[in-house]
Structures are given as C-alpha cells and as structure tokens.
Design a binder for this molecule. Structure first.
Ligand code: ADP
Ligand code: MG
Length: 684
C-alpha cells in the first residue's frame, strides 16, 4: 500500500533518474506529487473530422490507418515511421521520429484517435509524433481534457501524467486540506478527493472549475488563518496610551513646512497612539512624498511620552541614511539616536545596546539586527518599519515584542491596489500621503531604442560634465550564453560604458556581491566619488542620492511598471532637472504601450492600477516580496471573490476558536504551519 508520504520512486515508471528530476520540481512524495498542479490544460475532448482540421491548431481526429506503417532510416540515428490515416472526409500523413517500436502497436486497418498539431505536408495535412490510442480505449490521452505540467530536463509530460494517475489511484482517498467539514458544507465545496482527481484529470470544464474552486478556497482559507495566527489576532490589543501633544513644537524646527498630507498622516497616527489601543498603521506614500518626516514626528511624540522607538530598514545602506536623517530631525530635542546593524564593530554595538537598555537612547535605527537576541529596550513604545514589503509579518511582530503594548507604524512606497492590500496588510489601518512636497520637478521620461546608444552616451557625458550622477539599471548580472542575445548584463554593460566614456568613473553593483561590498560602492556613489553606477535592481529601494539626475533602464520591457516607477524615483530627489530613459528594442505593440504609460503617468498609484490592468496580478509582484508564502494555485487578483469568502469563513472560525486549538481545527492549524514554514514565520 502506498501512502502520501511514500517516495515517488515506488511508482511504476519512476526510477532514480526521474525521481531526481521530480525532486528538482519540488516533488518527492506522493503527497507532493498530488499537489503538483497542472500549469495548463489541453482540451482534447472534441474529436474533429479531417475536413474540419486547420493548419497550426492542435486537434483530435478519429482515423483508420490506410497504408502499411513503413519504417525507414533517413540518416544515422534518425528513424521514421510513416503511414497515412483517413476518415470519411479526408486523410493525413502521420510520422513518428525514432519510435520504431510503435510499428507493433499501429496496425493497418485499425482505427485510432490521434492528437497532435496539424501541419501541412505538400498539399496534405500531417501530424508529427501525435499522441494516440485505439478507438475502443480512447479517454486516457485523447478525447478528454489533459493536464500540462511544468517540466524539467529528464522527465516528460507522459511520465508525470502516468505517475499522477497511479498516485491518485493509490491515495486520492487520503488527501486532506485544512478546510473543516463544517466549512466545506457551509460553502458547498466539492470533496477533496473529487478536487484532486479533477484538477489533474478533469471530467469536463465544469468539474475542473469545481475542483479548482475547492483548492483555491482551501489555500486562501489556510493563508488567512495562518496570517491572523501570526499576527496574534483575537488577543486584546491594548496599547500604551500617549498624552495628546502639540506637534507644532516639533514642526517648527523643520527647514520646510510639512505638506497637508504629511500633517494628516501624523494626526491619524497620533489619534491611534492616544486611543489606548495599539496602533497598527500603514503609511503609504509615493517615493519622495516625505514619509521619513512623518516617522520622525511620531518618534518625537513617543519620546514626549517617555518611550523609545525602533526604526527598521531593509538594508544597511538605508539604515545609515535614515540614521543620518533622523538624527538631524531629533537631535534638536535632545533625543539620542543610535545605530544597530550587522556590520558594526563590537565596541560600537555594545555602546548602542547599553544606551538602549538604560533608556538613554530614544531611538534605534537599524536593519533586522534590531530583532536579534540581546537587543533590549528600557521602554519601547513605537516600532517603525520602512519599505514593509521586504519584511515578513513575523519580523514586524518580533520587533514589537521587544516592548509591551507597542505601537506599530509601517511605511511603504510600493503602491498596492486595494484588492491586494486586503490580504497583504490584512488588519492594518491605512494613511495615504497623496501629495508631494511643493516644487518637486517631474522626472521627464523617454522611451528609446538601442540605436540611440551614441546619443545617450553623449547625454551621460554632458550631465556628468555638469557635475551630476547617473544610474544605469540592467536586468541581468553577467553575460549568459543561454540568455537571449539582446539582454544587457550589468557587467558587460559596465565594460562597454567604460570604453565609450573613458574619462568617467563607472562602477557596477549587483545582488550577487557581498552586501558589504555593495554598500561600499553605494556609499562612494552617494558621496559623489562615482559618476555612473551600473546595477541590477538592487538599488530599487529607497536610496537617496539627490545629485543623481539621470536614470537609464536597459531592457526596460523586462520590468513591471511599478518597478520602473520605483527606479525612476531614485532620481529627481534634488533641485536638478532629472530624466529617466527607458531603453528597449521590443517591437511588440502591447509592450510599447506599457512602456509608454511611463512617459505619460507620473503618479505611483495610477501606474500600479495600469500595471495590474495590463499584466494581471500574478505578475504584479512576487508574493515572496511581501513575506507571504508562495501560493500553489490561488491567484490573488483573479480569485478575489474566493478570497473574500475564504476570509469571512476564516474569521468565523477564528472567532469561535481564536488559537485554533480545538481538535476539529487541528488540521487547519497544521496546514497553516506548513504554509508558513516556507517563509520562516512561526505561529504564536
Ligand atoms: P520617502 O517618502 O520616499 O521616504 P523622504 O522621506 O525620503 O521620502 O523625503 C524625500 C525628500 O523630501 C527628503 O529630502 C525630505 O527632506 C524632503 N521633504 C520631506 N517633506 C518635505 C516637505 N514638506 N517640504 C519639502 N521637502 C520635504
Ligand atoms: Mg523612504
């Protein structure tokens, strides 16, 4: 008897080599195999007559073999098996390459169903290597909807299909997901067995849709349960109650007046912090909208109430920058700011730790080093995370856990359409900074083809001559012989730019460099010691180099619009007129239309909506970026309705059993744990 935990190697047709190939696809056991869902389906359910065939389409035909299948050797190592087959309406030429053994299985006079791509051979229809089965046995690989699986070298579609059939036969009864029976009934879901059988080998389109609905529901239901367990929902979230304060005491020290949007965000946060409930708020604002100032005001507010704050940034470099900026904002009030990063020397680190533990320091700015053991606060009252999508929910919660009844402020420049925000941010309240500080110049954006290279180089030269700096972003790190030839790699491109612009200081950074080496180059760029910085998208987030006035994106078609918008936000942060040039040799109309959006639209949220509309949410950003577990089957955009249902189902369940401790909910909890295992998050 095979079980869900049995290795796939016990299946017929799966030897060591194929088992290895499957392992590369993440499939080791029968259970994992059953959850290896098709990436697409091929509808072979309609059987056409020869007269109905169309060149280029894939189709099934029912034909009788009318000529003796003939085996010939065209050249060394190439064997052809060829014959004609026909029905009442016409005939076609069928050829198999290097599959001589089929001669035993295809008899003249026999009737078969063939499935393949229709081609023209002279004036006759033809099929090469069609799938087939005798008419009386049809229904396994023809005359039905067939799954199409993701493959890797060493394993073929047929191998996976055969293995899947066996696995379903052995254990489709045993598969379980996290949906409790009561929920299954209440939402009229099909059984898991039906779902697994029909997601792989659907009886028809309706069965497929029912199956998919169950699986998507189960996945989203588990996800929602998991996220709310991580957040520790259901517990009373009381917060430190801060006394009201007059923020003009803080804003009066600023070199500029805060925008109305900044003031609104500050007062919304302050209202939370004085309510007695713990604040859990997202401040969302386009790049350059001045989120740091909002954070500074609230850190000041916490200090007024005798509390310390912690500010967590995704990289060392950003932590450095925020450290400098926040020190500038807060020092006038006698608030001591300390730094805490992974690369600090031991003595420096000890000093920071001591100042935090004694309460002498009012603010710690750092990377996730802040979460590590041994970092203790005397009285932590506010936690701020910047560019939240780089952090998992659990990291945020861990930092907040270093205090009691801590307020949490999350800042993000990544505009997220409302539908996605619902799941990504769940229970966060949202404040929007929908206004840029006055006098901000638009970053004029152009789309050019590679033939502009010479002119573009002249432009770089001119700007650098005027004292400005330039970012160049490439999609790949190094030249890859396998990659399409037109793909520009950061390393190669650096070489080319150095040859074309010999007088300039040109450096390259990419994600495969050690973080420290990368930060070193970045710091030299920030200090103006480098003229042109070529990089992969490692610079996407938050770095502030006000002197940079040109952003060039190579192979711009490879990037999402929101990503391009983030990249563009790296320039135009100073007083200099700034530009963004998107280089692309793409000819596809849709791609060009997409890139043209950038030359027309300058608002991050509008761009995000366009992006979602044009590309669909699957691509919008990798879920991993949000610290969310990877989803196998659900699509956060397309399955919005199911998501809402799953959410209310999960809420009901959690209301009745907050920690999912009841025996009947043990399975949901286990499923949630498994889902989160990938992100390294832990349930509370
Ligand atoms: P982001 O929202 O992208 O984090 P920052 O906080 O880095 O933006 O602010 C971008 C720049 O705008 C900084 O140089 C900051 O000093 C400046 N800034 C912020 N608020 C204002 C304001 N109200 N008026 C003028 N400049 C401002
Ligand atoms: Mg910022």
């Amino acid at each position: 008897m095979l079980k869900l935990s049995t290795s796939v190697q016990y299946l017929r047709g799966i030897g060591e080599a194929r088992a290895k190939a499957l392992a590369r696809l993440g499939v080791r056991t029968l259970g994992e195999l059953l959850s290896f869902f098709p990436r697409a389906y091929e509808d072979r359910s309609r059987i056409l007559s020869v007269a109905q065939l169309e060149e280029g389409e894939s189709a099934c035909v029912r034909c009788t073999v009318t000529s003796e299948p003939e085996l010939s050797r065209v050249r060394r190592g190439m064997e052809l098996l060829r014959f004609r087959a026909s029905d009442a309406t016409g005939s076609l030429l069928i050829t198999y390459f290097n599959q001589g053994w089929l001669k035993q299985r295809l008899r003249r006079g026999g009737t078969y169903i063939f499935f393949g791509r229709v081609q023209l051979f002279g004036r006759s229809f033809a099929m090469n290597n069609p799938a087939f089965e005798p008419e009386e046995e049809a229904g396994r690989v023809t005359g039905r909807i067939m799954p199409v699986y993701r493959l890797t070298s060493g394993i073929a579609q047929r191998d996976v299909t055969n293995a899947m059939r066996q696995a379903l036969g052995e254990c489709s009864m045993e598969v379980r997901d996290g949906v409790p029976p009561a929920v299954e009934r209440r939402y009229s879901l099909c059984t898991t067995r039906y779902a697994y059988e029909n997601i792989h080998f659907p009886e028809d389109m309706r069965a497929l849709s029912l199956a998919r609905q169950r699986l998507v529901f189960a996945e989203l239901f588990t996800l929602v349960c998991a996220l709310s367990l991580v957040r520790g929902e259901g517990e009373a979230r009381t917060g430190l109650r801060f006394a009201p304060a007059d923020f003009s005491a803080f804003t009066a020290t600023l070199p500029f007046a805060p925008t109305r949007a900044q003031l609104r965000a500050i007062s919304e946060c302050a209202a939370d912090m004085s309510s007695g409930r713990a604040m859990n708020r997202l401040v969302q604002g386009d790049v350059g909208s001045g989120k740091t100032l909002v954070a500074a005001a609230l850190i000041w507010y916490a200090a007024q109430n005798g509390c310390q704050s912690a500010f967590m940034a995704p990289t060392e470099l950003l932590a450095e920058q925020h450290y400098a900026t926040l020190t500038g904002f807060l020092q006038p009030f006698g608030i001591r700011v300390v730094k805490l990063t992974g690369s600090m020397r031991a003595a420096e680190r000890r000093e920071s730790l001591a100042a935090l533990a004694s309460g002498e320091a009012g603010l710690a700015v750092g990377t996730h080093a802040l979460i590590s053991e041994g970092v203790d606060f005397a009285r932590l009252g506010l936690v701020v995370t910047d560019e939240q999508h780089r952090f998992g929910v659990a990291q945020r919660t861990a930092l907040a856990g270093k205090g009691e009844r801590t307020h949490v402020l999350v800042m993000s420049a990544t505009p997220i359409p409302r539908t996605l925000a619902l799941i990504i941010y769940g229970d966060l309240d949202v404040s929007l900074i929908d206004e840029l500080p006055p006098g901000r110049q638009r970053v004029d954006t152009f789309r050019v083809t590679g033939s502009y290279r010479r002119r573009l180089n002249l432009f770089i030269d001119r700007l650098v001559g005027e004292g400005r700096q330039v970012f160049v972003v490439c999609p790949a790190i190094e030249a890859d012989p396998e990659a399409p030839r037109e793909l520009v790699s950061a390393e190669e491109h650096t070489g080319e730019l150095r040859r074309a612009l010999p007088g300039l200081r040109i450096e390259c950074i990419h994600g495969r460099m050690k973080a420290r080496a990368r930060d070193a180059v970045m710091s030299r760029f920030a200090a103006g010691e480098i003229d042109v910085l070529v990089s992969t998208t490692v610079i996407e987030v938050g770095v502030d180099v006000p002197n940079a006035a040109l952003m060039i994106v190579e192979n711009a078609e490879r990037f999402g619009l929101s990503q391009l918008h983030q990249l563009r936000g790296r320039v135009g942060r100073g007083s200099h007129k700034s530009y963004c040039v998107l280089v692309s040799d793409a000819r596809n109309e849709e791609t060009l239309a997409r890139l043209n959006v950038m030359t027309r639209v300058y608002n991050g949220f509008e761009i995000a909506e366009e992006d979602l509309r044009l590309r669909g949410p699957g691509d919008f950003f990798g879920a991993r970026q949000h610290g969310l577990p990877e989803l196998h089957i659900a699509d956060l955009g397309a399955d919005m309705d199911v998501l809402k249902t799953a959410q209310s189902a999960a809420e009901e369940l959690l209301a009745a059993d907050p920690g999912l401790q009841k025996p009947e909910n043990r399975r949901v909890r286990a499923a949630a744990e498994q889902l989160l295992a990938v992100t390294g998050d832990r349930l509370s």
